[in-house]
Write a protein that binds this ligand. Structure first.
Ligand code: ATP
Ligand code: MG
Length: 425
């Protein structure tokens, strides 16, 4: 038997309503914040991610689904959404769009070859946003406030927002030197990844999952002490304006993004709900002032975040929050013989065209089993059609919530629609 690939999942019909509800909410909130949807391909040139995500990251080093296409080009299933959006921005010269800054969002599957564990899939769906073309603490605050609004709108409360500033490039080169001096003498005690990070990307040692409890990580120099005046002022403005919105946060000086093109604001949202499990990160994001130029684009700056719907659902489950179940169908028609089945088929055909959701029995069940089927489908009304109903062309429309009935003419679609809609759908 052929099985589903490791680390992927089928979202079954009984569960898709959760995804549809969440996605509808995400589209709505994005609209409230005036972000427009962008759709980029599922695969891109491998080079885009090598440059745009960075050759020293886990994503590029270990996690990409890369293949040669039949034209012998190296392609990669997208592992993240920012590089593709920035590629599209540059290619479509969006810096010249009349609407500035460019504010976009996406909901799309991402692919990473990771070790399977709870909350970590090889295909997962990310919702992400990017605001490109402006460097202003207030847009950083907008991005963070939207992120918080998303989780709050679902009723989640065990949320912890961490923020940090990693300053500009100048601040960071001094900081990287200090990190090397701090870690180099004892780097032998760290994992093999960190032993190469010390040369390629020392800041990444601070967010290594294996070495996070090493005392030297805890005693490491703080980026804050290396921020220049401009970077400190920018960070102050972000904090003041978050305070003005009443958004609570903690500063995590070890929250870094290792790559050169990341600048200033970095943030992460965690769940501290009991039962959320070992993985606590819901969402991560930050400002990337060097990314566009790195991808041969204009000198514009951007900021964004990405979250996965899988982890959002985990957080909802951990806090016992249920997504409303979809409503049942408006009408189920039970049939007693072949002639009435044809009549029922015609009737629901007409009613569906009027927007009345309806169904009937296709498995030749007895009446009792049909009524059960109607109940399973959450039918708000039922009609039974047999010989008598066919002769008189009338039937009883039964309201399943209060048991009341009304005589209806079978060919009088308009009246039927009105009666059904009265009850509300
Ligand atoms: P982690 O530290 O958990 O590996 P990351 O730093 O790789 O996360 P990002 O690249 O910042 O994560 O992705 C943003 C968000 O996407 C994460 O906060 C998380 O919610 C989600 N995410 C990342 N990888 C996965 C995955 N394999 N399965 C499900 N969700 C994921
Ligand atoms: Mg990861």
């Amino acid at each position: 038997m052929i099985q589903i690939p490791r680390g992927t999942q089928d979202i079954l019909p009984k569960d898709t309503y959760k995804w549809q509800f969440i996605e509808a909410r995400l589209h709505q909130i994005a609209q409230d914040y005036n972000y427009s949807e962008i759709r980029t391909p599922v695969f891109e040139s491998t080079e885009l991610f090598v440059r745009g995500v960075g050759g020293s990251t886990d994503i590029v080093n270990k996690e990409m689904y890369t293949f040669q296409d039949k034209g012998d080009r190296s392609m990669t299933l997208k592992p993240e959404g920012t590089a593709p959006v920035v590629r599209s921005y540059i290619e479509n010269k969006m810096q010249h769009d009349v609407n500035q800054p460019v504010k976009v969002y996406y909901i799309a599957p991402m692919f990473r070859y990771e070790r399977k564990q709870k909350g970590r899939y090889r295909q997962f769906v990310q919702f992400g946003i990017e605001a490109i073309g402006v460097e202003d603490p207030l847009i950083d605050v907008e991005v963070i406030s939207m992120l918080m609004q998303i989780y709050k709108s679902f009723g989640l409360s065990n949320l912890k927002l961490y923020i940090n500033s990693i300053g500009d490039q100048d601040s960071r080169s001094a900081y990287n030197e200090a990190l090397v001096a701090h870690f180099k003498p004892s780097i032998g005690e760290f994992c093999s990844d960190c032993q190469s990070r010390i040369d390629t990307n020392p800041m990444r040692i601070l967010d290594c999952k294996k070495d996070r409890d090493h005392p030297l990580v805890k005693q490491a120099p703080r980026i804050y002490d290396y921020l220049n005046e401009e970077s400190k002022a920018y960070f102050e403005q972000v904090k003041i304006n978050l305070d003005a919105l009443g958004i609570g946060y903690e500063i995590d000086y070890n929250l870094v993004r290792g790559l050169d093109y990341y600048t200033h604001t970095a943030f992460e949202l965690m769940s501290d709900a009991e039962g959320f499990g070992a993985i606590t990160t819901l969402c991560g994001g930050g400002r990337y002032n060097g990314l566009l130029e790195l991808l041969d684009g204009p000198t514009e700056t951007g900021i964004g975040f990405a979250l996965s719907i899988e982890r959002l659902i985990m957080a909802l489950e951990a806090e016992g929050i249920e997504i409303p179940k979809p409503q049942g169908i408006d009408l189920y028609i039970c049939t007693l013989d072949d002639a009435s089945r044809t009549a029922a088929s015609r009737l629901i055909h007409q009613l569906r065209a009027e927007g009345i959701s309806s169904d009937m029995d296709y498995k030749n069940r007895k009446l009792k089993a049909q009524m059960k089927d109607a109940d399973r489908k959450g039918a708000k009304h039922t009609i039974v059609i047999g010989e008598e109903e066919m002769d008189t062309n009338t039937a009883e429309l039964k309201n399943m919530s209060d048991g009341s009935t009304k005589q209806v003419k079978l060919e009088d679609i308009k009246v039927l629609v009105e009666l059904i809609e009265e009850v509300g759908s």
